[in-house]
Design a protein around this ligand. Structure first.
Ligand code: ADP
Ligand code: ASP
Ligand code: MG
Length: 472
């Protein structure tokens, strides 16, 4: 660990749901924090216990359909799960303060779900308040566990730190205000020598209404807090030994990558590598704060260091990722409508629907534009572009949208692919040998990644074939 100031280095440590799955795991997280607190100043950021966010979202959804039983079951299960941790790991005096706070969150759950069932609706705003209750419970518990074992700690609700816009479900932080509030709110706790245990995932608008940073957003919370405090490092504790050359669930032989660049990490996370929330790197990039991915199940393993410029400059592909559940949409115009005009109107439509593309290919000569999107975005895209080109479609200046469903995008990432000839060719041949048809291909001029669209059913085989070809 590098130390940039005279005192102890400051490390923000985030624990994901997998690292807080049961009482043993929560205890393990407490032990990791307490051990490092001897050598570094630690600020902890926590996700909900494993599976809790899914349960909360399901409870809200069922309630909004009028089911008045489901959330009662969820409440019981959540009470049991958190109570088990409290019973096993908290001193009697800590139990006396913590149990009423947990009960309060469960009462919030009941009240909210009861409301949803009455109005038969759950708004994104109310969903954010409900879906992030798990973080409030886990932070409350972990701070109390640390105190029970003699380490001063205080739970902090990130609604007091992270100020966001009001895009509920996927809010964007307002950085200046977030930085100021985070420093201010955590300063007295840090001065007392206590470890702040901050709820991940959630923030609040300027008016104090709870928001969330999108699923998996606690990684982002950690780097936001790290950047606000000018931390020396951010450590993300998860259930794998680091960033791997492919999703280990798809490629069992995937290898740990000791060091990757910020740009590679952004590319991998954007294209579905769940180990990092896609926006995680943004806050720390400018300040050059290193981010480590470490395994809480195997803390001795050094993990992956994410930095501006890695020391290893070996050319070629570094890692693969893939996004399943995508659709390929094709739109073609008659030559009366020039290609730039067609493209402008299509992309403006996507922008208005806040839809991002996973891959874009074009043929100006034929006036054809083809793009891949997440399948959940398809209904909105169809409706928007149908409206945008209503008259042109009526007069057949623009063809109807053609949709190829069940597509996966396989992406090869590596900053040092630049200037290495033959990468696409080798990937093509590897897929060809397995009889996998490439539906579309795209490569940016930055040569940071090459994307291949294949049938969803063939994604596992495709990733394995390319992984083997490049001996990752
Ligand atoms: P947490 O609960 O700690 O946030 P996540 O489940 O969100 O954990 O992220 C960790 C998971 O990310 C791993 O278990 C792994 O299956 C998946 N993953 C996908 N791609 C990669 C990759 N390239 N390297 C490492 N893990 C990956
Ligand atoms: N608990 C939240 C989720 O499951 C946030 C996170 O895990 O990072 O999406
Ligand atoms: Mg995660």
């Amino acid at each position: 660990m590098t130390q940039t100031r005279g005192k102890k280095p400051l490390v923000v440590m985030k624990f994901g749901g997998t690292s807080l799955g049961n009482p043993e795991r929560v205890q393990g997280a407490g032990e990791i924090i307490a051990a490092h607190a001897k050598r570094a100043e630690v600020v902890a950021v926590v996700s909900a216990m494993g599976g809790v966010t899914d349960m909360l979202i399901r409870a809200a959804t069922e309630a909004s359909k009028g089911d008045r039983e489901h959330w009662r079951g969820a409440r019981q299960e959540l009470a049991r799960k958190h109570r088990e941790v409290a019973d096993r790991l908290l001193s009697a005096s800590e139990q006396a303060t913590v149990l009423p706070r947990l009960a309060e969150q469960l009462t919030n759950l009941e009240n909210l779900c009861s409301g949803f069932s009455l109005v038969r609706e759950v708004t994104p705003r109310a969903m954010d308040t409900l879906s992030s209750l798990g973080e409030v419970m886990s932070a409350t518990l972990l701070a109390a566990i640390l105190r029970s074992s003699g380490t001063a700690a205080e739970a902090v609700d990130a609604t007091e730190l992270i100020v966001t816009d009001n895009s509920f479900g996927n809010a964007s932080p307002l950085l200046d205000e977030t930085n100021a509030r985070t420093r201010q709110r955590l300063a007295p706790i840090r001065r007392r020598g206590a470890i702040p245990v901050v709820t991940g995932f959630r923030g609040a608008t300027r008016d104090g209404v709870c928001t969330t940073l999108g699923r998996g957003g606690s990684d982002y919370s950690a780097t936001l807090v790290g950047a606000a405090l000018d931390a020396d490092e951010v450590w993300i504790w998860t259930d794998v030994d680091g960033v791997m050359s492919a999703d280990p669930r798809l490629v069992p032989g995937a290898r740990i990558i000791p060091e990757i660049s910020y740009r590679e990490a952004i590319e991998l996370s954007f294209f579905g590598a769940r180990v990092l929330h896609p926006k995680t790197i943004q806050p720390v990039m400018k300040k050059g704060i290193p981010v480590w991915i470490k395994n809480s199940f195997n803390p001795q393993c050094p993990g992956t260091k994410i930095v501006a410029v890695p020391t290893d400059r070996t050319p070629g592909v570094k890692a693969l990722t893939s996004v399943s559940n995508s659709d390929l949409v094709t739109i073609s115009g008659k030559d009366t409508l020039s290609f730039p005009r067609l493209a402008t109107r299509v992309f403006n439509g996507l922008h208005l629907e806040d839809v991002s593309t996973l891959m874009v290919t074009q043929s100006s000569a034929d006036n054809v534009l083809c793009f891949a999107i997440h399948d959940t975005d398809l209904p909105r895209v169809k409706a928007r572009l149908g409206k945008t080109f209503e008259l042109e479609m009526l007069h057949e200046y623009v063809g109807t949208l053609e949709v190829m469903p069940k597509i996966a995008i396989v992406v090869a990432v590596g900053e040092n692919m630049k200037g290495t000839p033959g990468i696409a060719g080798r990937a093509f041949s590897a897929l060809g040998r397995k009889g996998i048809n490439i539906i579309a291909i795209a490569q940016g001029s930055s040569e940071l990644s090459i994307s291949f669209a294949v049938k969803s059913a063939e994604v596992k085989e495709a990733v394995k074939a390319i992984h083997e070809e490049f001996e990752l």
